[in-house]
Design a protein around this ligand. Sequence first.
Ligand code: ATP
Length: 218
Amino acid sequence: MLTVKNLAHWYGKTGKPLYEEVNLNFDAAKVYTIIGASGSGKTTFLAFVAGLDKPQTGEIFLDGENINQIGLTNYRKHKVAIVFQQYNLLTYMSALDNVLTALAVTDSQHKNEKQYVLDALKSVGIEETDAKKNVQKLSGGQQQRVAIIRAMLVDANIVIADEPTGNLDDENSALIVKLFQDLAHEHHKTVIIVTHDTKIAEKGDVQIKLIERQFVVA
Ligand SMILES: Nc1ncnc2c1ncn2[C@@H]1O[C@H](COP(=O)(O)OP(=O)(O)OP(=O)(O)O)[C@@H](O)[C@H]1O
């Protein structure tokens, strides 16, 4: 379980608080959606949960251990996977190599793992020929599916997504949401999605609204 305790944040010395006294629990095997107005601090919050930044005050615990104790680099490397609107894939590689690189596969493991990753990509509609093309040649929806497969296969229990369907049409968005649900329900990961899209937000097992500096759990 990921626990956020008494978190508060403001930018600058005299900045108004973005939020104060945030206390939230994120369980395994559930999809959490966070919706809120532009500028309300959703991305900032994800950065804290991802260990990319530190809040002014408050603490974040993973299974009872403070993430600062785990070490933020260690935490980012082994515990969290991040999926952004802009897929953040390595643009000079194929889809297959993007996933293999993230798995830090050694040469001797390469052959078995390669088939495993190809099968995983195929399960989301990316055939071997596409998986071996430069990733930039794939559509936005395909690239986002590659990013999700990468998040699925790396050894991270927490998957964080910032507007993951932002550039996609309705059909692709629905597919991506289904994949996040599988990550949680089949692979028992904690999935946290920030979105401005109410239709996506409604798909969360737990829906959180960031309103007037408060995280309100529906
Ligand atoms: N590094 C920074 N320094 C100062 N202010 C910042 C910094 N990063 C973000 N902000 C401000 O903090 C507020 C929250 O930003 P954030 O990006 O977290 O909001 P958001 O809810 O994700 O918005 P959007 O939906 O538009 O992406 C905004 O007013 C933004 O201008």
